[in-house]
Design a protein around this ligand. Structure first.
Ligand code: FDA
Ligand code: NAP
Length: 446
């Protein structure tokens, strides 16, 4: 075991996806609190390099937010880390404008994110996983918890483990793939989050039957990709609805992603929160962009004209079981319309069955008890995304994600990231002053 010298950071970020990348910029923008020097930060990222949902970087997939909802612009339109600045740096600004499209491809946006991440390599340890967090208590009895010890290990060599200390943690570990009950992932049973990697390992020309489950954006994009890139395969699309529903991105509905909507949600009564979900869930979950719906329908129609049926829709149905034996995969599909089960033999099943929210409890382990819960056992948060703790805790824990219940629909999305990161950076900076003061008082006492 290699033990590295521990250091104390003002901020340790767990995960380095878009959320914490955006925070790294916000902290840099902030400089430091007057008289207390620059805020020190370190991020740990499990992947070996920067990557944003890489297994869903399908060639034609578009972004679902405007390019202006990048990592910075809504907070600081002068930032050098904007999407426009990226376009300028790669000499593509004119062409982008000529293209008249607010929504770049996911592949282009990924290049932008990588470009920004390249400026922060000194702040990130890639290929490292945070495995546990333990509290740091003051040296005198009854003193509060004023820091966290963050236990880290190398992904390639878990024996290479060490720890760093932090005054504040920012958790941004992302969504967790959700499979149908009792489904175990393997070479033939995939979740959408691993799609491209698994698909590219197959000889696509030899695939004869692929099932794609779900009626959300992932499912529709994957169905289209399978149809286009597995030319001899029948693609069975298993959807719980009668047809895909459109993602509402019209201007009034889109206001739920505005920075101001976070206040409306956070300070709103529980009934208002419930109503926001009821009326606006269709801006994001279980819905598909108009362009993808139309392009799939066109393929189905063209098939009909040609007298083939390579794209099959099994509507009002849910997948309920899977049996695996060698290379054979048999799935069970339940029809809500006929109340009947049927079985299908497939080469692969792709479960585009969505995600769970960030798994915070798993990360906390023993320290979980310090964090206050509401009547529905959900974490309580301040408006600045800081978890509310018992009084014995002075060190901060902030969440980027996992706050749908307190801060609303944009919590797991890019839409409000620039603003949220700024709010978190500001809060950390203000609290830093008090932390530094406390440490100076301790030195004086010693
Ligand atoms: P994200 O999941 O991106 O990053 C979390 C990081 O934490 C990962 O890199 C992971 O490896 C790391 N990590 C996890 N546990 C760790 C540990 N213990 N130690 C170290 N590292 C750890 N939203 C939107 O607004 N517009 C869009 O166009 C899209 N498009 C989109 C496409 C697809 C395919 C999906 C699945 C989702 C979207 N989203 C989206 C929503 C999506 O959640 C959002 O775009 C960001 O990924 C959120 O960024 P985060 O950094 O919070 O999580
Ligand atoms: P999602 O929107 O949660 O959709 C999951 C779908 O799977 C739902 O239709 C769900 O139906 C269905 N489902 C679950 N279990 C099922 C079962 N057993 N049988 C049949 N259907 C089942 O998930 P997603 O499509 O992965 O989208 C997640 C997020 O990623 C969204 O924010 C989305 O916008 C984003 N995304 C963006 C892009 C892009 O930017 N281009 C691409 C992909 C995804 P029920 O609700 O009825 O269970």
């Amino acid at each position: 075991m290699v033990t590295h010298e521990p250091s104390v950071y003002d901020v340790v970020g767990i995960g380095f996806g878009p959320s914490n990348l955006s925070l790294a910029i916000a902290l840099e923008d902030l400089g430091g609190f007057v008289g207390a020097g620059p805020v020190t930060a370190k991020f740990f990222e499990r992947q070996s390099e920067f990557g944003w949902h890489k297994n869903m970087l399908l060639p034609s997939a578009k972004m679902q937010v405007s390019f202006l909802k990048d990592l910075v612009t809504f907070r600081n339109p002068y930032s050098r880390y904007s999407f426009v600045s990226y376009l300028h740096s790669v000499d593509r600004l004119t062409q982008f404008v000529n293209n008249c499209d607010f929504f770049p491809t996911r592949q282009e946006f990924h290049k932008y994110l990588e470009w920004v991440a390249s400026y922060f390599t000194d702040k990130v340890s890639y290929g490292t996983e945070v495995t546990a967090i333990t509290p740091l208590q003051g040296e005198y009895p009854g003193e509060p918890i004023d820091g966290w010890r963050v236990h880290v290990s190398s992904v390639d060599n878990p024996a290479d483990s060490y720890y760093v200390d932090a005054r504040n943690l920012v958790l941004a570990t992302g969504l967790v793939p959700k499979m149908p009950e009792n489904f175990v992932r393997d070479d033939h049973v995939w979740h959408s989050s691993e799609f491209l990697g698994k698909f590219q390992r197959c000889d696509a020309s030899k695939l004869s039957h692929i099932a794609v489950v779900g009626a959300g954006q992932s499912a529709a994009e994957i169905a289209r990709h399978c149809y286009d890139y597995a030319p001899n395969a029948t693609v069975s699309v298993i959807i719980p609805s009668y047809g895909y529903s459109i993602a509402d991105s019209t201007p009034f509905a889109n206001q739920v992603f505005d920075p101001e909507a976070v206040d409306a949600y956070y300070y709103g009564e529980q009934q208002a929160k419930n109503d926001i979900w009821k009326y606006h869930k269709n801006t994001n979950y279980g819905v598909v962009d108009d362009e993808v719906i139309r392009s799939l329908y066109q393929r189905k129609y063209d098939d009909e004209v040609r007298g083939v049926e390579r794209l099959q829709f099994i509507e009002l149905s849910r997948v309920t079981g899977v049996k695996r034996s060698g290379d054979d995969t048999r799935i069970t599909v339940y029809s809500l319309a006929s109340d009947q089960y049927r079985e299908l033999d497939v080469d692969a099943i792709v479960c585009a069955t969505g995600y769970e929210s960030m798994n915070i409890g798993a990360m906390f382990g023993d320290i979980d008890g310090y964090f206050k819960r509401d009547s529905q056992d959900r974490y309580r948060l301040e408006r600045d995304y800081r978890l509310i703790t018992s009084e014995t805790v002075q060190a901060g824990v902030y969440l980027q994600g996992g706050t749908e219940h307190s801060h609303g629909l944009s919590s797991s999305l890019l839409s409000n990231m620039a603003t949220r990161s700024g709010e978190i950076a500001q809060s950390i900076s203000e609290n830093r002053f008090y932390a530094v003061t406390r440490e100076l008082m301790k030195v004086g006492r010693g």
